[in-house]
Ligand binder design. Structure first.
Ligand SMILES: O=C(CO)[C@H](O)[C@H](O)COP(=O)(O)O
Length: 227
């Protein structure tokens, strides 16, 4: 039996799938909410015969697309996407985001930038007044990662190298992730600029001025908010 949070993720994933129209090229985000999106897209392809192509933001999402029969393309074939649909770890009232809980933030940002419209799907627990309670994931090069983390620390947090089975977690791109507990981020755009300026930083989990629509699942139902 599915728990309530899982039901909310399913509801927003299925709702987001209705935004995808025949012929669209779709960026597919990552995470447990996106799982339901990919599943629902597979159902629409089978039942309605819509023809779409997706670009996945992680190896895992690509595997789900294959499992559910969602055809894939790539950036060699396609430079622009009609829509990208992705989850998030935090969403603030201005639709600024913290992402990267699943370590896929770099490719997620690429498919977000490539899309005409970015739709974010979350359960209500992700909606916050201020970003930062969720430690900000930052993807960094393994080379001199301690130096890079030291520079980030000067911005007033203590970065923690993300581990998996006791070893540094390696992203789909061969990099490391440091999780940065800022607690409260007063100016997300400014912080993003400062972190991006550090050599060794590949990408941050701050998605600034990118989201157009947020689909939120709560016990009251599904709410769609546009910027
Ligand atoms: O940014 C992400 C992965 O890098 C995910 O979108 C984010 O972590 C939300 O995941 P979930 O839907 O499982 O809560």
């Amino acid at each position: 039996m599915m728990n309530t949070q899982e039901q909310l993720k399913k509801a927003v994933g299925e709702k987001a799938a209705t935004f995808v129209k025949d012929g669209m090229k779709v960026g597919l985000g990552s995470g447990s909410t996106v799982y339901w999106l990919v599943r629902a897209l597979g159902e629409r392809i089978e039942q309605e015969g819509i023809q779409i192509e997706g670009i996945p933001s992680s190896i895992q999402t690509g595997a789900w697309a294959k499992e559910f029969g969602v055809p894939l393309t790539n950036f060699a074939e396609t430079k622009e996407l009609d829509v990208t649909i992705d989850g998030s770890d935090e969403v603030d009232p201005d639709f600024q985001l913290i992402k990267g809980g699943g370590a896929a933030l770099f490719r997620e940002k690429i498919i977000a930038q490539a899309a005409e419209k970015l739709i974010i799907i979350v359960d209500e627990s992700k909606m916050v007044d201020h970003l930062g309670a969720y430690a900000l994931p930052v993807e960094i090069l393994p080379f001199a990662w301690e130096r890079t983390a030291h520079e980030i620390e000067k911005l007033d947090c203590v970065p923690v190298l993300r581990l998996k089975d006791g070893e540094p977690l390696v992203t789909d791109n061969g990099n490391y992730i440091v999780d940065c507990p800022f607690e409260r981020i007063e100016d997300p755009a400014d912080l993003d600029r400062k972190i991006q300026a550090i050599a060794g930083v590949v990408e941050t989990g701050l998605f600034i001025d990118m989201a157009d629509t947020v689909i939120i699942g709560s016990s009251e139902g599904v709410t769609i908010k546009d910027k």
